[in-house]
Design a protein around this ligand. Structure first.
Ligand SMILES: C[S@@+](CC[C@H](N)C(=O)[O-])C[C@H]1O[C@@H](n2cnc3c(N)ncnc32)[C@H](O)[C@@H]1O
Length: 382
């Protein structure tokens, strides 16, 4: 769709109304960009009422008081407004920075995703924040010398569960049927106990509708903890605590209604297939199995407290997307997913609440790739 097409024309000419951005939907309801007519044929009084009350909750009963608006029409208006308001609600909260073929966005990923259309993105890759274990705000203050130590936050496991479910539910909406959600996750310590987070997480994802596809194990080559030393000090049964050298990389898919669409290969033209044919010269052996041995990032290599390796992001992107597809990381941190996507010729989006990490991610993408265009812009994704 061209940039100069008016919102109403966009709606009328698009294959699916769902593909029209939220900003345009709101403009259509209010009659912006149209010649006086608005979709619901609303009178001036109703439009004035809507504009004045945009920041408040508008109920069906508020609208049925106006002449010519019955319950059905009022309900349609309220629903359309709810979708449209997402844009206004979040526009001020987020800041979008363009880099190369991507956009890095400062904000809560839930807010940001709510401004995006349904069924648009082929691949998501992320590692979620461990809200109880790492205090990212404090980690940044420590980096700048503002504080010496950072403190853990008190977060209940139930709160954390809901935090993740809300965000991965919204992710489900924006992923294209047949597309994938790949998540790097590992067991964590919660109130002094080791919690089987990855296994609970699979269950939470399935309750949203994500279909479990693969369990890949990322083996880190070297152990950073000293757990195994306990048995050396107490060489008796009951003191076995193996050092932790693996994390999980789970692959989930958003099922397509049509079986044919359930493989991202089927969306492609002959030319795209040719251009994306993979070089398998180093495939037989390690890459063909679901244990990937990849060196973790050393602390001095990245300011982020827990980046995943670039190689991990590269493999996921190569196996689950085609060139020019969009890849999103909803908790992007130092932007490893974005960097890998940029290197591999994909479009990319990265979201993080911390401005410092986003700035760092942009710098790394510029430093590590060539001929990038940099620019800042504020706006939405419609
Ligand atoms: C495990 S780290 C991701 C690290 C990243 N994979 C990398 O390689 O650098 C999780 C990130 O989520 C961010 N975060 C926490 N809550 C968030 C939210 N609601 N929306 C977006 N990002 C969030 C944190 O600031 C942190 O950088």
């Amino acid at each position: 769709m061209g940039e100069n097409i008016k919102p109403r024309e966009k709606l009328l000419t698009s294959d699916s109304p769902k593909m029209v951005g939220t900003k345009d939907l709101l403009a259509i309801i209010l009659g912006h960009g149209t010649k006086k007519k608005n979709v619901f044929d609303l009178s001036k009084e109703v439009i004035r009422f809507l504009r004045e009350n945009m920041g408040k909750e508008i109920k069906v009963s508020d609208l049925t008081q106006f002449d010519g608006i019955g319950e059905a029409k009022a309900l349609q208006i309220v629903s359309a407004l709810e979708i449209g308001k997402r844009f206004y609600k979040d526009k001020t909260k987020m800041q979008i920075k363009k880099v190369g073929n991507g956009e890095l966005i400062i904000g809560d990923c839930l807010d940001v995703m709510q401004t995006m259309p349904d069924n648009e993105i082929i691949l998501a890759f992320t590692s979620p924040p461990y809200l109880n274990a790492i205090n990212y705000e404090d980690q940044i203050k420590k980096l700048s010398g503002e504080i010496k130590y950072w403190e853990r936050k008190e977060v209940s496991y139930d709160y954390y569960k809901n935090f993740l479910i809300d965000r991965f539910k919204e992710l489900y909406r924006i992923i294209k049927p047949g597309g994938h959600n790949v998540v790097n996750i590992s067991p964590i310590a919660w109130n002094g106990k080791r919690v089987a987070l990855p296994f609970h997480f699979v269950n939470w994802m399935e309750s949203i509708g994500w279909v479990f596809k693969e369990d890949i194990i990322w083996e880190k080559e070297i152990a950073r903890d000293r757990r195994s030393g306990v048995l050396i000090q107490h060489p008796y049964p009951g003191y076995y605590y193996p050092s932790l050298v693996v994390e999980y990389v789970f692959v989930f898919q958003k099922p397509a209604e049509n079986k044919e669409q359930n493989n991202i290969y089927h969306f492609r033209t002959r030319k795209e297939k040719e251009e994306n044919k993979m070089d398998l010269s180093d495939y037989q052996g390690e890459k063909s199995k679901n244990i990937w041995r990849i060196r973790p990032v050393a602390p001095q290599e990245n300011i982020h407290p827990c980046p995943f390796p670039l190689e991990l992001a590269k493999r996921v992107i190569q196996y689950y997307s085609y060139k020019s597809d969009t890849v999103i990381d909803i908790f992007t941190g130092s932007g490893q997913t974005n960097l890998a996507a940029e290197i591999l010729g994909r479009k990319h989006l990265g979201i993080d609440t911390q401005e410092k990490y986003i700035e760092y991610a942009i710098k790394r993408i510029i430093d590590q790739t060539s001929q990038l265009r940099l620019g800042d812009r504020f706006g939405n994704h419609s």
